[in-house]
Design a protein around this ligand. Sequence first.
Ligand SMILES: *[C@@H]1O[C@H](CO)[C@@H](O)[C@H](O)[C@H]1NC(C)=O
Length: 365
Amino acid sequence: MFKFASLTALLAAVPYVLAQSGVRGATACVSGTVCTPSSTSSAAPAGPTINNGLPAFLGGLNTAGYDFSVATDGSFTGTGVSPPVSQYTHFAAEGVNIFRIPWQLMTPTVGGPINETFFNTYQTTVQAALNSGPEVHVIVDVHNYARWNGQIIGQGGPTNDQFANFWSQVATKFASQSRIIFGVMNEPHDIPDLQSWADSVQAAVNAIRAAGATSQVILIPGSSYSSAQTLPTEAGPYLLKVTDPIGGTAKLLFDVHKYLDSDNSGTHPDCTTDNTAVFQTLVTWLQQNGNRQALLSETGGGNTASCETMLNTQLAFIKANSASIVGFSIWAGGAFDTTYVLTVTPNADGTDQPLWIDAVKPNLP
Ligand SMILES: *[C@@H]1O[C@H](CO)[C@@H](O)[C@H](O)[C@H]1NC(C)=O
């Protein structure tokens, strides 16, 4: 999958603004004044327990397939492929407790009704995942890059009312299933107006709750392909103001993605970073903004020595910081075959991929 065809160019324009420049442990001192370290600058405070209703830690994978027909400009070329349901019991037996299941084309016309035929197919897959274990949660991921046929939601494409209507229909279907997590949108990118995007997110959140889905966690995505790296400096300040009609923000989690290859595209077999600096910055930002939480819904690497080492380090860091980053979902299994560059699809004989065995399994819940 060439998921991020334009990302290389995009990242070149994004400055690398990270905490190793001294945010943690920094003191703001002016010569001649008394200088005291800020109380948030040393060891990370544990913070209050956040009642998000989720298991203490979530670990699992994306089961791709229904998304195969959508391009990053939101255009469609087909109907996708159902991921094999056998993977849910396979991975749940290893302790996986989260599956992210992408889809798109649920409403054939903008603002129109759900395609019940397609929804029933999707729902069969979701139910198979939920049935694989009593603690298993499923992220319903709308894999549309904030777009519909090249146009951005709320910014020339579908209106916020149409987007809300779509989410109202989907949330109604899942309202009574508390182990669903609503993924408002996969990987918004090249968004001209971030305040407008936050307004679109707010419309979706309001619609989900108004449909009676009041127990579930909602994942709210930022910009630059849901970048974990740019959230604090790009969309994060806007998304912090999104409110939840059920009160509080314990069930509004930031949806973040991060890869480990040279251009953060998730298209190369080798890894060049373990991302601990990026995630430390994110954890600090979450703590400093009301102890909010995030979920890493896409990450991954090739079945190579570099990725086996670096992904293991990254996931161990996330698990150690689960009060802020509540879990991870690897890209990808599902309908990908075992030759896909980032595959974690099990082999035909039922054995797992080396990356899964060496980097993921040790960091499952
Ligand atoms: C509805 O979904 C089915 C199954 O995916 C598909 O074959 C059909 O073309 C869809 N209908 C429309 C109008 O898109």
